[in-house]
Ligand binder design. Sequence first.
Ligand code: PEP
Ligand code: MN
Length: 277
Amino acid sequence: MKGFKLSSREYQENDTQINIDTYAKKLSIGQGQCTIIAGPCAVEDRDGYLKIASFLKSAGAHALRGGLFKPRTSPYSFKGLGRAGLDIMLEARQLTGLPLVTEIMDVRDLDFLYDNIDILQVGSRNMQNYSLLEELSKLDKPILLKRGLSATIEEWLLAAEYILAGGNKQVILCERGIRTFEPYMRNTVDIAAVALVKQLSHLPVIVDPSHATGHWKMVAPVARAAIAAGADGVMVEVHQDPDKALSDGKQSLTPESFSAMYQQLMEIAALNKTRID
Ligand code: PEP
Ligand code: MN
């Protein structure tokens, strides 16, 4: 057996499906569903978040993202509203019925986020924070595990293994680009990793074309490529007014560009149903 065991296809032949059925509409991630998670990089203020959340609901998004705790490269950048932003997200969920995704950076926030959030995201910088992964492994809560900044595919799957080995079977993998010698874009998106990991593992794989590229104009092309390569969905940053965003405005879609992309992704996902590979 490989280093990764519980996450491997040898261990489980059929795709894992993750079900979130607390809300008006049941959400299933994996097994050929095309799941679109969308929202701003960070929750910035009540009005802005509620506006974009209700737009995203009407545009067909399946879950809402929004950072409360932001891992910023510079300590002087906006680091999110922290706990103070939670009520805004809860109000957005109330309004839209959509499940919430937010990043957990610190085990000290675990109880607080566990009680309120539907999918806990482990960011790229924390993919190898093994004490955090071990705590998350004890939960009955879906974990969206981003690939580390420079992580190999095996290291990524072994990070997932930490969560599975502790008993939490609900892991969603997220390819978000890796660091290479190419500086033009924020990261280099590894589309082949999507196809490969779908073969190696039964876990759902999604792609984050926003952090992978850093440019909003690259988001739709890379999202289309991701779905065509067999990804189970995408997670994208969308902002009401990207020029005024407090973080990652350059890579954020406007509501209009989100709607155009959404349509294309659904068409590609429908073609996948007849794919033989
Ligand atoms: C994010 O999705 O908000 C984020 C910080 O992404 P990453 O961990 O991939 O950099
Ligand atoms: Mn961001």
